[in-house]
Ligand binder design. Structure first.
Ligand code: ACO
Length: 382
């Protein structure tokens, strides 16, 4: 085995087929079940995209109504979940709340499967579990933010669609249409992205015939890291550090001298720009106009222009979504939990795909530790 046999970070390794989405870095495109993500973000609801990713087709009117009804039935913040979240210290990261909440839901929903062989469930059960998680997560994410603000949870609204209800749960007031639209687009853009680190984590866990909830809990852990989902909140920390557009050059001089990673830039797969960025940047622009915050756009544009010119590294989706969520009014700490609520759709689509055509995921390693050695004085039993 030579160094070139080792694919560190699995870079460039194709491990399986997937029909859920296709990333093409050469054409800068991302397709969900064949549809360009830009077209879906412009024309569809989060619920319709969830149906597409789970079943392979956009819903008929009746199918969308059925999914919306199931999603609404699961919107309430359940007492077991609230009690578990309330045990978590207020200065713990909210991703810990979301991870714990999904664990509690998993224990509730898989009760009775004490024979570990039954945990995996049937395809129909797993579609229902996916729908339930999709329905429950907004209240969990919203409650995390509200309790850090010293506020009580608000009741879900049955008359609002998913995105509008999510904003209602978070802020306790109805959001303007332009805000709901930008938020809906962001959730669609975040819903799926092939074999990224968190999705692959979910597939690894699923490949052992563990249950869907365990796979989602593992995926949440992977998403928390700043090289993955945690980057959207890190972008806001950078914006706060820089302050305004005129400080960008000096800030970047120091950051690059210190060899810092600039969060929200770069991608393992896309090398000439993330296909989701133009759509999310357009959504950010509508929010900048709505909230009359040209300073945000100026800082965004200045950092992008200067970093791309100096390093040739382009923004990823977290770059426009961070400031967009900030303008909507979300706390920076809530950004990655929002990503969870969106990506749970992609994770569960991949979990179901893995279950349908499973092979245990178990790669090899090249050993580079000490040569064989022995415990001094040890005499084997004869
Ligand atoms: N800032 C500064 N330099 C960077 C950045 C960045 N954001 N991204 C890549 N580079 C540089 C690296 O320092 C490295 O330089 P070197 O060859 O001189 O050492 C080179 O580009 C290659 O970078 P790697 O990190 O090795 O490439 P990889 O494919 O592993 O990185 C990653 C992808 C992890 C996303 C990286 O670009 C990064 O850390 N970006 C910042 C975090 C981020 O925004 N993550 C969000 C990902 S998208 C998502 O989850 C929606």
């Amino acid at each position: 085995m030579t160094d070139t046999d080792i694919k560190k970070g699995l870079a460039g390794v194709v491990v399986d087929y997937t029909a859920v989405s296709k990333v093409n870095p050469d054409t800068n495109s991302l397709l969900y079940r064949g549809y360009p993500v830009q077209e879906l973000a412009a024309t569809q609801s989060v619920e319709a995209v969830a149906h597409l990713l789970w079943t392979g087709e956009l819903p008929t009117g009746q199918q969308l109504a059925t999914l919306r009804e199931a999603e609404r039935e699961n919107r309430a913040l359940q007492p077991d979940v609230k009690a578990a979240i309330d045990l978590i210290p207020l200065d713990a990261h909210p991703m810990d709340e979301v991870r714990t909440a999904v664990s509690v839901i998993g224990a509730r929903e898989t009760r009775g499967t004490l024979n570990v062989m039954d945990a995996v469930g049937t395809p129909q059960q797993n579609l229902e579990r996916s729908t339930r998680l999709f329905g429950e997560l907004p209240a969990i994410v919203a409650y995390g933010q509200r309790r850090r603000r010293g506020l009580e949870p608000v009741e879900a609204r049955d008359d609002l669609d998913y995105a509008a209800n999510f904003l209602w749960l978070a802020f306790g007031e109805e959001a303007d249409e332009v805000v709901v639209d930008a938020f809906n687009r962001s959730m669609i853009l975040y819903a799926e992205h092939s074999f990224n680190a968190s999705t692959f984590t979910a597939r690894v866990i699923t490949s052992t015939l563990s249950d869907l909830y365990s796979a989602v809990v593992g995926a949440i852990g992977a998403l928390k890291g700043p090289l993955h989902g945690g980057a959207n909140e890190a972008v806001l920390h950078i914006f706060d550090e820089i302050g305004s557009a005129e400080n960008v050059s000096a800030w970047l001089d120091t950051a690059l001298t210190e060899k810092r990673k600039i969060m929200g830039f770069g991608h393992r797969v896309y090398k000439r720009g993330d296909s989701r960025v133009p759509t999310m940047k357009a959504a950010l622009d509508t929010l900048v106009a709505h909230y009359d915050r040209p300073d945000v756009a100026a800082l965004y544009d200045a950092l992008e222009a200067e970093f791309v010119a100096r390093k040739g590294i382009y923004p990823n989706l977290d770059y426009p979504s961070g400031p967009a969520y900030n303008l909507i009014g979300f706390d920076t700490l809530t950004f990655t939990p929002l990503f969870v609520a969106a990506r749970v759709v992609g994770w569960t689509a991949h979990i179901m795909e893995q279950q349908a055509s499973n092979a245990l995921i178990r790669p090899l390693s090249a050993y580079n530790g000490p040569d064989e050695r022995h415990i001094e004085g040890y005499v084997p039993d004869t």
